[in-house]
Design a protein around this ligand. Structure first.
Ligand SMILES: CC(C)=CCC/C(C)=C/CC/C(C)=C/CC/C(C)=C/CC/C(C)=C/CC/C(C)=C/CC/C(C)=C/COP(=O)(O)OP(=O)(O)O
Ligand SMILES: O=P(O)(O)OC[C@@H](O)CO
Ligand SMILES: [Mg+2]
Length: 233
């Protein structure tokens, strides 16, 4: 399947380390979302990723893997998203893991299926922030510099503002999007209602809905009704 991330406005992120019923998965996959992203920052294994992929594959919705560890690289997804945590204090999460993975898979890859994500993690309490020792105390100028680094210096297709677990600063999201020329501004974190989805949609190009799927499926499904008309990209 040819998948164009530039068309993604709404995405559900499913965590292979968390239980999801067949009925819930059916509703998510048929919801009208633009894609299902499979990923999590801890407890993701080859087995739980294969299991989730095979269940999602019963549906037509595009399905991408956001790789978080080398042991859980599973073939068969439409696309592979590779986080590069620009504000990580530990280079392992900027180039180290990537170097190891490319030693193993580098010669085998179809680069058309691979998309680098310039991650900027802004919630200090998120699992991913702690794992990567991210410097989260950033002002708008710091974030803009990372965003330009991803967009212009490294030519990445995605800048991902990650607030996983909490709803972020939409003014900062809006300002960050304004400095991007080519990359898409993806926002994720704390979207737990249509109202918050709408606020995020007015600031970002793509919104990602994760944790609420597991605590209030009905609210999660409501977020698909978000209106992107006003942000014009
Ligand atoms: C042959 C074949 C199958 C080929 C395909 C393989 C392929 C595409 C290889 C590419 C090679 C490559 C460069 C791989 C990268 C390897 C790798 C392990 C990179 C490190 C990625 C990274 C920086 C991870 C850190 C954690 C992180 C940022 C995860 C992102 C996801 C995330 C933040 C999820 C939210 O997690 P959650 O659990 O929900 O968190 P909360 O508890 O806070 O909610
Ligand atoms: O789980 P939430 O807080 O919705 O965040 C979504 C996503 O950005 C997580 O990587
Ligand atoms: Mg989560």
């Amino acid at each position: 399947m040819i998948v164009d991330i530039r068309k993604w406005k709404h995405v559900f992120k499913l965590d292979p380390d968390r239980e999801i019923s067949d009925e819930a998965l059916d509703q998510l996959c048929l919801s009208g979302t633009d894609a299902i992203l499979v990923g999590g920052s801890s407890g993701v294994t080859f087995d739980n990723t294969v299991d989730l992929l095979s269940r999602i594959r019963q549906y037509e919705v595009p399905c991408a893997l956001e790789i978080s560890n080398q042991e859980a690289i599973v073939p068969g997804f439409d696309l592979f998203l590779i986080p590069v945590v620009l504000n990580a204090d530990d280079p392992k999460w900027i180039v180290g893991q990537h170097h190891e993975a490319l030693k193993e898979y580098g010669a085998l890859l179809n680069w058309d299926e691979i998309v680098a994500e310039g991650y900027i993690i802004l919630n200090k309490d998120a699992t991913a922030a702690q794992l990567t020792s991210a410097r989260t105390d950033l002002d708008a100028k710091d974030v803009a510099a990372y965003a330009r680094m991803a967009d212009k210096l490294f030519n990445m297709s995605i800048v991902y503002l990650e607030y996983s677990g909490t709803f972020g600063d939409m003014e900062l999201v809006r300002k960050t999007r304004q400095v991007l020329e080519n990359a898409r501004l993806v926002y994720g974190g704390g979207i737990d209602s249509l109202e918050k989805a709408q606020q995020a949609a007015e600031a970002a190009d793509t919104i990602v809905v994760g944790n609420i799927i597991y605590s209030d499926l009905e609210q999660a499904l409501q977020t698909v009704n978000v209106n992107f008309d006003r942000n014009g990209r």
